[in-house]
Design a protein. Structure first.
Length: 674
C-alpha cells in the first residue's frame, strides 16, 4: 500500500499496535501489526489463524517493517542505514531501530525536515546521508474494499482524483484512498455502472457492496408517444416501443407515457435482483372511444390511420377489427363515423381545461360547467324561468357550430318541470348576440335528449342557450351532456367504406339497429352522392330535374321551394286553405326510397299532422301507403322505413292541424341499385 509510505499526514495521528511475531492461535483486530517471514503486516479486519499473506485480512507494510508513532525522536537507535530506510519499532527495546546497525539520532540538526506535521514519516537518503521527509506523504491510508462481480472495473473518484482498484480475490477489489471526503465508487461491467457514494472521515478499512442490481420492465406504448421511467435516483428514456428498461436500484419507478397531449402513468416496484415486469400504457380502460389508432394499436396493428377507409385498405388492420368482439361498439362510437367530435372539452371547472362555461343563474352548486362534464349524474340547473335562465360556452377561438345536443332530466315526473322552449344565439364579444335558432319543446314527464341542427355560416366565440318554461317557478330542467358540433351530419364516409359494409353485411344488424348509425348512413355522402338518390336542390318546378307538384299553393309559397334544401320558413311551401292534400316529386328514373326528411312548421307552430307516403309508376295508380307517420316537432324530422321496390312518383299525403299546411323542407332518400 502506497509504496514506502508509513504514516499519512492527511489522515492524522494513527497508532499501530505491535503484536510481535505472528501467532496462528491469536485473534487479531484492525491495526494490529505482526512480523511474518521477515516482513511486517497490518491487520485489516478481525481474524484468527489467517496467515498475513491473505490480502483480504492483512496488508503488507510498505517497507516490510512495523510502524508506530515516534513519540521521542531523540530516543531512536538506527543501524545499517541504507537508502530509503524506514524506521521500525522494536517492542522489546521499545525503540525505533533497523536491524544490526545502530546509530543514535540525537537531534534534528543532521536532517532535512520541512513542514513537520503530526505523524510525520522519516526516510533516510543514502546520497545526502540525511533523514528527510518521505517522498510520498502518508503511511497508513484509509483502505477500500469493494464487493462487486468479477471482471468489473472499479474506480474511486473524488474531484479530479481517480483511483483504480485491484481485484485481490474473487469479487473483492481494493485500493487506498488518499484523502478524506466524499468518494464516488463505480463498478462498471458490460457497460452497466453500479455506483455508490462513500464518506471517508478516518483511517480505517471501508467495505462497500457495489454489486450490479439487474431488473427490467418492458413498456409498450403507442407510436408517436414518448415514454420515461423515473425514480428518486435515475431517469431513463425509451427510444422505441416496446422498450425494455434496465434498472439499478431496488425502489419504486414511475412510468410516464405522453400521447396526443394526454399523460398516462403507472408505477412498478423492484425489490429483488432479476425481477421482470411488462406494462402497457395507456390501458384499454383509459382509451378514448374516438381514438381509432389506439384501438388498432391494442390489436397489435401499428401505423397511423386517419379514416376507416384506410383501415379497410390495410388487410392487417381490417382482420383485427373483424376478429375483435369490441369492433362494433368501437365503430359505433368512433369519430371516424361521427365526424364532428364535440367542440367543448370535458370540463372539470368553469374554466378548465379551456374556454369558459357560464350561466345567468345557478341553483345551489349546479354550476354551468357540470352541463359539459360528460357525467349523467351532474348537471346545470336554475329554478328561475326568466331571462337569466341561460347557459353559454366561450371558446378560446371562434368556431362554426351547426349542431348541439343535450340531455334534459326532470326533478319530478311532472310536465311542469319540463322546459317549454329555447333560443340559441351567438356572439364574438359576449355582448352583442344574434339568434341562430328558436324552438318550442313538447312538454314531457321523463328525461329526453335534444339534438338540434341549425344554420350558421359564421365563426363565433360565444354560444348561448336561453331556456324558458311556461310553468312559472318550476325551473327549466336539469341540463347535462351539453355539446356543440361542427356539422349537422352524423356520418360521412367514402364509397369504399360504405360499400364494404353493404357488400359484406359487416355487423349490419348491430349497426342498423343503432339510431345514430342508421340516420347517419342515410345522410352519408356515399348514400347521397355515390348512389345519387335524393331530390336535387330545386330552383323551379322542373329544374334542375324531375317535377314537383302539390294539391294547393298559397301565393308565392310554391311547392318546389320545399325541395330547395334550405330548412327555412322564408322559402317554404304553403298549401293555402287546404287542410288535406299532397306534395310530390317525380324522379326521372325508378328509385327505391327508404327515408323521408321533413320540417313542417311556421312561426314555431307545427303545420302538419299525420301523413302517409305513397308511390306510383304512372302518377295515377298509388296503391297502399308505404309508410305512415306524424310530424311532432318544429325541427327536421327523419322517417326511415322498409321498402325494396322502385317507383318513379313519390307523394306525401297529409292532414293539417290548422287551415294552412307549411313545409319548409322536404326530401326523399334512397337508392337505385336494388
Amino acid at each position: 500500500m502506497g509504496g514506502s509510505n508509513l504514516m499519512s499526514a492527511i489522515a492524522g495521528r494513527v497508532l499501530l499496535i505491535p503484536k510481535g511475531n505472528y501467532d496462528s492461535t491469536a485473534t487479531y483486530t484492525m491495526l494490529d501489526m505482526v512480523v511474518y517471514n521477515g516482513s511486517s503486516y497490518i491487520c485489516k479486519q478481525e481474524c484468527t489463524g489467517v496467515v498475513p499473506t491473505n490480502t483480504t485480512y492483512w496488508m503488507l507494510n510498505a517497507s516490510g517493517s512495523a510502524v508506530a508513532y515516534i513519540n521521542d525522536i531523540g530516543d531512536v537507535v538506527i543501524t545499517n542505514v541504507s537508502n530509503g530506510q524506514v524506521l521500525m519499532y522494536d517492542s522489546t527495546t521499545q525503540k525505533w531501530v533497523n536491524g544490526t546497525i545502530s546509530t543514535t539520532l540525537s537531534g534534528l540538526t543532521d536532517t532535512q525536515i520541512a513542514s513537520l506535521s503530526n505523524g510525520q514519516v522519516l526516510k533516510y537518503n543514502a546520497t545526502t546521508q540525511k533523514w528527510e521527509n518521505a517522498d510520498e506523504k502518508g503511511g497508513i491510508l484509509p483502505h477500500l474494499i469493494v464487493i462487486s462481480e468479477t471482471g468489473s472495473t472499479v474506480t474511486a473518484t473524488k474531484g479530479q482524483t481517480v483511483i483504480t482498484a485491484t481485484e485481490t480475490s474473487t469479487g473483492h477489489f481494493e485500493c487506498d484512498l488518499t484523502e478524506f471526503g466524499t468518494w464516488t465508487i463505480d463498478a462498471i461491467l458490460g457497460g452497466d455502472d453500479a455506483q455508490v457514494s462513500l464518506v471517508v472521515d478516518t483511517v480505517k478499512v471501508y467495505t462497500v457492496d457495489d454489486s450490479h442490481f439487474h431488473a427490467t420492465v418492458t413498456v409498450k406504448y403507442p407510436s408517436g408517444a414518448t415514454c420515461r421511467l423515473q425514480s428518486a435516483d435515475e431517469t431513463l428514456y425509451a427510444t422505441g416501443s416496446p422498450y425494455t428498461f434496465t434498472v439499478h436500484h431496488a425502489e419504486t419507478y414511475t412510468i410516464t407515457v405522453t400521447y396526443n397531449q394526454r399523460i398516462y402513468t403507472d408505477t412498478v416496484t423492484f425489490t429483488t435482483e432479476g425481477q421482470s415486469f411488462s406494462k402497457t400504457l395507456p390501458s384499454p380502460s383509459e382509451v378514448d372511444a374516438n381514438d381509432l389508432n389506439l384501438w388498432l394499436w391494442f390489436g397489435d396493428v401499428s401505423g397511423t390511420f386517419s379514416s376507416l377507409s384506410e383501415i379497410l385498405a390495410n388487410s392487417t388492420a381490417l382482420s383485427m377489427l373483424m376478429s375483435s368482439t369490441d369492433a362494433v361498439d368501437y365503430l359505433v362510437r368512433s369519430t371516424d363515423w361521427i365526424i364532428n367530435k364535440g367542440l367543448v372539452p370535458i370540463m372539470t371547472s368553469d374554466t378548465t381545461p379551456s374556454g369558459v362555461a357560464s350561466a345567468g343563474n345557478v341553483y345551489g352548486s349546479n354550476n354551468a360547467y357540470k352541463a359539459f362534464d360528460d357525467d349523467d349524474t351532474t348537471y346545470w340547473y336554475t329554478n328561475v324561468t326568466d331571462s337569466t335562465s341561460w347557459i353559454q360556452y366561450e371558446f378560446e377561438n371562434p368556431v362554426c357550430a351547426k349542431r348541439f345536443k343535450a340531455l334534459i332530466t326532470l326533478a319530478s315526473a311532472n310536465t311542469n318541470y319540463c322546459p317549454s322552449g329555447y333560443t340559441l344565439s351567438a356572439s364574438n364579444d359576449g355582448v352583442n348576440f344574434i339568434t341562430l335558432k328558436t324552438a318550442s319543446i313538447t312538454k314531457v314527464t321523463s328525461s329526453f335528449e335534444l339534438d338540434v341542427s341549425f344554420e350558421n355560416p359564421n365563426l363565433f366565440k360565444y354560444y348561448r342557450i336561453l331556456v324558458s318554461n311556461s310553468s312559472s317557478g318550476y325551473g327549466i330542467g336539469q341540463w347535462n351532456r351539453l355539446q356543440f358540433y361542427t356539422d349537422e351530419k352524423g356520418i360521412t364516409e367514402n364509397q369504399s367504406a360504405m360499400s364494404y359494409i353493404g357488400l359484406n353485411n359487416y355487423c349490419a344488424n348491430t349497426l342498423l339497429a343503432d339510431a345514430d348509425w342508421f340516420d347517419g348512413i342515410c345522410n352519408s355522402e356515399y348514400f347521397e352522392s355515390v348512389l345519387n338518390v335524393k331530390v336535387p336542390t330545386m330552383t323551379g318546378y322542373s329544374t334542375p330535374s324531375g317535377t314537383v307538384s302539390a294539391s294547393g299553393v298559397d301565393s308565392t309559397y310554391y311547392p318546389w321551394k320545399a325541395f330547395n334544401n334550405a330548412p327555412s320558413t322564408s322559402t317554404a311551401w304553403s298549401s293555402g286553405s287546404s287542410k288535406a292534400g299532397y306534395i310530390q316529386y317525380m324522379f326521372d328514373r325508378l328509385v327505391c326510397i327508404t327515408k323521408l326528411s321533413i320540417r313542417a312548421t311556421y312561426g314555431g307552430q307545427i303545420r302538419m299532422g299525420s301523413f302517409s307516403i305513397y308511390a306510383s309508376n304512372d302518377g295515377s295508380t298509388w296503391g297502399n301507403p308505404i309508410y305512415s307517420g306524424s310530424v311532432t316537432s318544429g325541427d327536421v324530422e327523419n322517417f326511415v322505413f322498409n321498402n325494396s321496390t322502385k317507383y318513379k312518383y313519390w307523394r306525401v299525403s297529409y292532414s293539417a292541424y290548422s287551415s294552412i299546411v307549411c313545409v319548409g323542407y322536404i326530401n326523399f332518400f334512397g337508392r337505385e341499385d336494388i
